[in-house]
Design a protein around this ligand. Structure first.
Ligand SMILES: [Zn+2]
Length: 267
């Protein structure tokens, strides 16, 4: 994340003599070490100044988390293009960004009470007590690892998008960067829709509205990144989402089966 010098620091810049870096000992002039980026700090730590500095960095509108969300909303293609062209400093690293957004999304979903208000027995294929218990166990697992499950889909998105945008010659890591921003953006877009779960049958209505919303949000980022017809992006992202989801489910089942086999053989 970029560090922005404060007005005070800029004013004092002229009368700051050459000094050695407090972190790596390199001798330089100015407030930020050119070798390691350490900020030169005068005097002793003071609570008020530290708090001010932290708040300024968090709500920094020229760089950082809010800046990244804001830029995604205003110019969704610019981040991915900037980032792929290595103008990375303004933005939160795509992996870190996806991690923060997924964590917040999972928190919001759990706080909404969606898991408590939904009648889980409707998802059971067998309406026996055992069948309902099995569904409950699955939902408990999903609730516990919700943010990780959200993140686990991203590599599959990147993989499938790479097939659909094969002509663009981006490698897997570059596709992962685009997928991280696009997917995180779609999660941010669905935050207000979480309120829908408060309605009767809310989880169902939420799914009905947020599925197309997330597809369009992701398509928007891909459309701006790869410059094509918007409808093409929407169709591509629809197929990419379904295929990525199916492959992810296949892998999850495979891992589940292998884990079950291993735990059985150790019993
Ligand atoms: Zn240094």
């Amino acid at each position: 994340m970029a560090i922005i010098p404060s007005q005070q620091e800029l004013k004092k810049l002229d009368d700051l003599p050459e000094h050695s870096c407090q972190n790596c000992k390199m001798v330089y002039e100015g407030f930020y070490c050119p070798r390691c980026g350490q900020r030169y700090m005068e005097g002793r730590f003071k609570l008020k100044e530290s708090a001010e500095w932290i708040l300024a960095q968090i709500f920094n509108l020229d760089a950082g988390f809010f800046y990244t969300i804001w830029q995604l909303l205003l110019k969704p293609g610019e981040i991915t293009i900037d980032y792929l062209n290595k103008a990375t400093r303004r933005y939160v690293h795509p992996f870190r960004f996806a991690f923060i957004v997924a964590t917040l999304s999972a928190l919001l979903t759990i706080l909404s009470g969606a898991f408590e208000t939904t009648d889980l027995s409707q998802f059971a294929t067998e309406k026996t007590e055992e069948g309902v218990q099995r569904v409950e166990a699955v939902f408990d697992f999903i609730k516990k690892y919700l943010s990780l499950i959200m993140l686990a889909v991203i590599p599959f998105y990147a993989m499938v998008a790479k097939w659909f945008y094969a002509k663009r010659k981006l490698n897997f890591t570059e596709h992962l960067i685009v997928a991280c921003y696009a997917y995180s953006f779609s999660l941010v877009i669905s935050w207000p829709l979480i309120l829908l779960v408060l309605l009767p049958d809310g989880l169902f209505i939420n799914g009905l509205v947020s599925f197309p919303a997330t597809i369009v949000a992701m398509a928007w980022v891909y459309n701006k990144t790869f410059k094509e017809k918007f409808l093409i992006s929407v169709l591509k992202l629809l197929v990419v989402s379904v295929v990525a989801f199916l492959i992810a489910m296949f892998f999850a089942t495979l891992i589940g089966v292998i884990t079950a086999l291993i735990s059985k053989s150790f019993q």
